[in-house]
Ligand binder design. Sequence first.
Ligand code: ZN
Length: 240
Amino acid sequence: MTAAFILLCLIIIYGVIPTILIRQMGLGIYKKGLKEGAIALTFDDGPDPYYTPQLLDLLKKHGVKATFFVVGKKAKQHPEIIRRMHEEGHEIGLHNYRHVSNWFVLPLFLQQGLHKSARIIEEITGQRPIYYRPPWGHFNIFTWLVQAKYKTIMWTHILGDWKERVGVHGLFQRLKNSLTDRAIIVLHDSGETFGADEKAPGNMISALELLLEEEKAQKMEWVTISDMMNVQTNKQISSM
Ligand SMILES: [Zn+2]
């Protein structure tokens, strides 16, 4: 057996299998909200100094509140964008300190990275994040350590917006098909992530603009994750 093969087996046991099990069985993760008639837009991988302010302008224009799962290191580099998100009524969640898959992160580093990211955001906004979304939706066998501190939010609809080839019109159609009750939609306001196209967030913003001008979209209640989740005082959250 080569060292590479042993390493591959370790990654499968440590990361790939737990990810499949957690996502298939919905263990401690939330894929859908509970507020009737509401929909939650979530944006991962920012803040981005070029695209995120444009996105915030668009959300403000339409009175839409959203949730941003930010990369801690980028939040530290762009505190003014984090402050603006908070001041404009959006929610901020965690997306690791660096955009690294949990398949390659040891539990202690993950914990330290999240703690550091949460502290950065709390110092800027005065509010400590309570939600977490792992990069690429990847977990490892120690995920329960994270779930003890943060609620893990996945998604109902993921639309491939990180690829430019989807196009503005294609993404607009996918967005329209995602307007389902209590849905959590994931989009990306940075194209710097490995596997993403640099200019893809431009398409995403244009497609979202088309969507928010639609009558059906204007009738929906666009809420943050807290608003989506905190309504279930005597209902049990289901990961559905
Ligand atoms: Zn991400």
